[in-house]
Design a protein around this ligand. Structure first.
Ligand code: ZN
Length: 80
């Protein structure tokens, strides 16, 4: 799974392109207004069929969430 941050959409939401292990590319979008909301994962969306048909957090969304966590950690380390 290869995650890359791409340009935000026209509403200013963060977008990420995810290349899955099967070589397909999907776009994951995050509506950043949901921080602190216990159901904030519902604010992620993905262009893959699994998300489209089940509206569940798919593995691409999980990969992007991990990518963001790592980036945050790196930012903190940079400040130390
Ligand atoms: Zn997906």
């Amino acid at each position: 799974m290869n995650v890359t941050q791409i340009d935000a959409d026209d509403r200013g939401h963060d977008r990420f392109s995810v290349v899955s292990d099967s070589g397909k590319t999907y776009v994951v979008t995050y509506d950043g207004s949901g921080d602190g909301d216990p159901e904030y994962v519902a604010l992620w969306s993905c262009t893959c069929p699994a998300y489209k048909y089940h509206r569940n957090t798919c593995k691409h969304i999980t990969a992007v969430a991990e990518f963001c966590d790592q980036k945050e950690e790196e930012n903190i380390n940079d400040q130390i």
